[in-house]
Design a protein around this ligand. Structure first.
Ligand code: ATP
Ligand code: LTN
Length: 329
């Protein structure tokens, strides 16, 4: 039997190159080798305020982006989190197992809650528990994510191990899959931060649906470090980040990418990089338009049905082990 993969993204904001290179690209590469579940995590999205109409639209848009990236609905399961109510049910159980202390240590809560726990939503605090529920429901072996999710994955593992110890072997303990290159694409404007959907400065991120002009402008405006050479250098995160993007867009090795720009200046480098990104995204942007609403809906409905079968089985086992029973019917 094939091992299983689970991953997801939130239908908030617009997906950027970091989301693609850190996550979606690896989903596509791994989907033949693993039985794969890719979820649109709309229940996670509402941990911060969302406009209902926009959320509804973004949920379907994200499904299109999964498909345009190359997730193949013939071999992978694509579904919307809220279509499988077991996610919320298991999250409740896991929240009774998780400890306040371990959630307080989650850096994403500190960032997204802006350090003000008094005002932050409880859902934002328990966000990683819902994420653990997503993963553990499917007896997942591998979770392909960007580097920012590593701490959440560790919590999922801890919760699985704790449950297994207290109630008997129930969950597979998942491993993270964090790609060696591209797991932490940085903002083009503030290279101390990751490229982010929720960044107020749109110039920091290249969105997957940006047009050629916008991409070129953003790359031209990207900050660079002091120095003139185009080389990977830990002390020069801005130029290293741009080179990483170039490397991943063109499939060149780091040495090939550096050699390609030997003796060239920043201006030349940025023009070539912009061209490479535009060319890379062109077929993707074309594919986003390929699916009509009826086709999309069928994929999501079938996906939810397949997901529900596994989710139900796991939740039933969890309830039985804990002695949670309802009235006999
Ligand atoms: P934001 O970009 O606003 O921080 P997020 O992390 O909440 O958004 P999701 O849509 O939930 O975004 O993330 C989807 C995937 O993209 C996750 O696996 C995450 O680790 C990955 N990811 C997000 N930002 C980056 C980045 N800058 N570089 C690499 N991977 C990233
Ligand atoms: N927290 C993730 C999104 C997410 C996820 C998951 C990723 C929710 N549930 C399960 C992998 C597995 C994020 O990227 N912000």
């Amino acid at each position: 039997m094939k091992k299983r993969i689970f991953s997801g993204a939130q239908p908030t904001g617009n997906l950027h190159l970091g989301n693609y290179l850190g996550a979606l690209k690896n989903w596509v590469n791994l989907q033949n080798e693993y039985e794969s579940f890719f979820c649109i995590v709309n229940l996670h999205a509402v941990t911060l305020p969302q406009n209902p109409e926009v959320l509804r639209q973004k949920t379907l848009d994200l499904a299109r982006i999964y498909l345009a990236s190359g997730v193949d609905p013939e071999i992978s399961t694509i579904f919307i989190q809220s279509d499988v109510s077991e996610h919320a049910e298991l999250a409740w159980i896991l929240s009774c197992i998780a400890r306040m202390g371990e959630l307080e240590r989650m850096t994403q809560f500190k960032d997204k809650g802006k350090g003000n726990a008094e005002r932050a939503g409880v859902g934002l605090f328990t966000y990683p528990v819902l994420m653990a529920s997503d993963i553990l429901l499917y007896q997942t072996h591998l979770v392909p994510v960007g580097k920012d999710q590593k701490q959440h994955l560790e919590l999922s593992r801890d919760l699985a191990e704790r449950f297994n110890r207290d109630f008997g072997e129930t969950f597979v303990v998942p491993e993270p899959f964090i790609p060696p290159v591209g797991a932490n694409i940085l903002s083009l404007q503030e290279p101390a931060k990751k490229m982010s959907k929720s960044d107020e400065n749109a110039n920091g991120s290249i969105f997957l649906l940006d047009d050629a002009d916008t991409i070129t402008k953003k790359i031209k405006r990207a900050v660079t470090d002091s120095g003139t050479t185009i080389e990977f250098d830990e002390a020069r995160p801005a130029i290293s980040n741009l080179l990483t993007i170039y490397q991943l867009m063109t499939g060149k090795t780091p040495a090939e990418a550096e050699a390609h720009f030997g003796g060239k200046g920043y201006g030349h480098f940025k023009s070539e990089l912009a061209e490479a990104v535009v060319e890379f995204l062109r077929p993707f942007q074309q594919r986003v338009k390929d699916f009509d609403d009826a086709e999309l809906n069928k994929i999501l409905k079938d996906g939810a049905e397949k997901a529900r079968l596994i989710a139900c089985e796991t939740l039933r086992d969890v309830y039985a082990k804990m002695g949670i029973v309802g009235a006999e019917t």
